[in-house]
Design a protein around this ligand. Structure first.
Ligand SMILES: [Cu+2]
Length: 233
């Protein structure tokens, strides 16, 4: 390899090392949330509940190990002004299975295509009632039906319901940039992407507990953060 080429390769390696960022951390709950409630209609319905031995539960507050709070949308809220991003090519899936939405909470970028699937051998209707974006409402009558949708404006927690099974609820947040994640069952999150070092504001949004923010600094492609969401009844 000649010297010029070596330099180019070295520079490229440095550039990608600087840009490949990973933000990680944990969301905890502060206070004592009300316990999850059973949704007995799910198991009682012979079609919805045929693979179920235990009741479906409400998912308003899902708390895991060490007060970790699930279903929190974590995203970069400020620090990226003036930049534009291409929506990820990946198409997240919102599934309807056993008459429950999976996942309960998800996030997409503005303009990112996502899929809505009916995995049940019965009819659901997908009634999206966002406040900022345009809503939609359509039936999925057969198992395996997939419809693709996008939202074109940022919005937190757009609500999806099924009017056939009124306990079926999901929330979809729409973000302006691709730097977001949803906390897992123990409150952990990882956001990966090509992100320059610098100062940003990270936000954590919970459907019931609202939003908290924290200033972070990405250095050498890394940052960690811990945010607490307070219980609101
Ligand atoms: Cu349904």
């Amino acid at each position: 390899m000649n010297t010029t080429l070596k330099t180019v390769v070295a520079l490229a390696a440095t550039a990608s090392a600087l840009n490949a960022a990973e933000l990680s951390g944990k969301i905890t709950v502060k206070g004592t949330p009300p316990p999850a409630k059973p949704i007995p209609q799910v198991k009682a319905d012979q079609n919805c509940g045929k693979n179920r031995t235990e009741d479906a539960m409400t998912r308003t507050w899902v708390v895991g190990a060490d007060n970790g709070l699930a279903n929190v949308v974590v995203y970069i809220k400020t620090g990226l002004e003036g930049k534009t991003f291409t929506p990820p090519a990946e198409e997240p899936l919102i599934d309807q299975t056993g008459c429950m939405y999976e996942p309960y909470v998800s996030a997409v970028m503005v303009g990112q295509t996502f899929q809505i699937r009916n995995s049940d051998a019965l009819m659901h209707n997908v009634n999206a009632t966002p406040k900022i974006n345009k809503g939609f409402n359509f039936a999925q009558a057969t198992a395996g039906q997939v419809n693709k949708k996008t939202f074109d404006k940022p919005e937190m927690g757009a609500k999806f319901v099924c009017n056939v099974h009124p306990w079926m609820i999901a929330y979809v947040s729409v973000l302006e940039n691709p730097f977001f994640a949803v906390s897992d069952k123990d409150g952990k999150f990882v956001i990966k992407g090509e992100l320059p070092d610098g100062k940003y504001t990270l936000a954590a949004f919970h459907q019931k507990g609202g939003e908290v923010t924290q200033d972070i600094e990405v250095k050498g492609g890394k940052a960690t953060a811990s945010l607490a969401i307070e219980v609101k009844q």
